[in-house]
Design a protein around this ligand. Structure first.
Ligand code: GTP
Length: 400
């Protein structure tokens, strides 16, 4: 029997081809293995110092957000700059008053979110000891009480809003603006008040104010009682660069003022500012003297205008000067002056040196005569035309 012979399914060519492929695969695998062994081991990334890891992990800066371009900041106009500077002067001038009763009032509401009987009593007590006069204090208190009665929540912001609005109402005494250009000129102003309140200083500052506005100013030294008063006014005249009309020592003040006004009219001055001696409102003969001075003003102006004496009643303006540092006494002074002498405006001086600036509210409320100027220092430009809004903002705007 023939041995059984194995019959391969491939041809011999196919077998050789398969063996060649297997050989090639073995050689390639060996080369790769050998190369791997020859390469240095791959380095681990270096460790980050403490903290840097967190930073590194922190999300990166946000991708910049595209915003619409900001509107360019508008520069302030000269008027706005002047207004801001003026407000700043008020703020500085009233710093002490703000630190006085206004600060006390502000403290009452701090840390007290609820309205209580105790809070009401304390508000009342601060207002009535604030040198603003009983009537003005009552008006402010009425408004604050109305507000506190409507809610249990002591909302300090609302209280300030109410106080500011009540103060504005009191200070806005209706009055025509001052007319410095009467026809014919000059505009004549008489300054009156008790001793040492700041009449001469205010006249000097006013002379500077008018000069800066381009007006020709004549100062008239109507205080013939005190030799030094004339000299003081002369110093102001030199400082301001304006002219002065001086009488002889102890001359009749009415005649000095009459002659000063006549000279002002004759020589074409725009403004004639007349000083008078300080006097107590309780001295009858001195108050009579003021009446006589007023009549002399009228007489001189009537002559200058070529009209009858009965057609002119006095100077264009008479300002009563009050020293704010004496608080409610200034109010009492003003009330008594008014009984004998008419005045068209008030000047409150020395507001810079007192916490009693609230007296301005008291005099406006009691007399209903407009405050025309305030003195906030001794320097030549420390006199400001009175602006009720600026005053209220400076006094109650930023209670500490
Ligand atoms: N701090 C401050 N001092 C002022 C102000 N106004 C006037 N004074 C000062 O008050 C003092 C008296 O001012 P005068 O102008 O002499 O007062 P007067 O009313 O003319 O005085 P008599 O002529 O004596 O009646 C002076 O030392 C002035 O410098 C002001 O607004 N602030």
């Amino acid at each position: 029997m023939l041995p059984l012979q194995w019959q391969s399914p491939m041809t011999s060519t196919e077998i050789y081809l398969l063996l060649a492929i297997l050989g090639a695969l073995l050689v390639t695998g060996g080369v790769v293995y050998a190369r791997r062994r020859a390469l240095p081991p791959a380095k681990a990334p270096p460790e980050l110092p403490a903290g840097e890891a967190d930073r590194a992990l922190a999300p990166g800066p946000e991708a910049p957000v595209r915003r619409p371009p900001e509107a360019p900041v508008r520069p302030l106009t000269p008027e706005e700059l002047a207004r801001a500077a003026e407000q700043e002067r008020y703020v500085q001038g009233l710093a002490r008053t703000r630190g006085g009763f206004v600060a006390k009032l502000a403290r009452l509401f701090r840390g007290r979110p609820r309205v209580s009987a105790e809070l009401r009593d304390e508000v009342e007590s601060v207002l009535f000891t604030a040198d603003i006069g009983a009537k003005a204090a009552q008006k402010l208190l009425d408004q604050v009480t109305d507000l506190l009665n409507t809610s249990d929540v002591a909302d300090a912001d609302k209280v300030w809003t109410v106080i500011r609005s009540a103060a504005r109402q009191i200070l806005n005494v209706p009055a025509a603006p001052l007319d410095y250009s009467p026809n014919p000129p000059p505009y004549v102003l008489l300054m009156i008040g008790v001793n040492g309140v700041g009449k001469t200083t205010t006249l000097g500052k006013l002379a500077a104010f008018h000069k800066a506005a381009g007006r020709r100013v004549l100062l008239v030294a109507g205080d013939t009682f005190r030799a030094a008063a004339g000299e003081q006014l002369e110093i102001w005249a030199r400082r301001v660069g304006c002219e002065i009309h001086l009488g002889k020592e102890n001359a009749d003040p009415s005649s000095v003022i009459h002659d000063g006004i006549a000279r002002g009219a004759r020589e074409g001055f725009d403004v004639v500012l007349c000083d008078t001696a300080g006097r107590l409102h309780t001295k009858k003969e001195l108050m009579d003297e003021l009446q006589k001075i007023r009549r002399s003003c009228a007489k001189a102006l009537a002559r200058a205008r070529g009209v009858g004496e009965s057609d002119v009643h006095g100077p264009h303006d008479t300002f009563l000067v009050l020293d704010a540092t004496i608080g409610q006494n200034a109010l009492a002074q003003a009330v008594l002056f008014k009984e004998t002498m008419d005045f068209t405006g008030l000047v409150l001086t020395k507001l810079d040196g007192t916490a009693k600036g609230g007296v301005v509210l008291g005099v406006c409320d009691e007399l209903r005569v407009p405050v025309r100027f305030i003195g906030i220092g001794e320097k030549i430009d420390d006199l400001r035309p009175f602006d009720p809004d600026a005053f209220v903002e400076a006094m109650f705007g930023d209670p500490q």
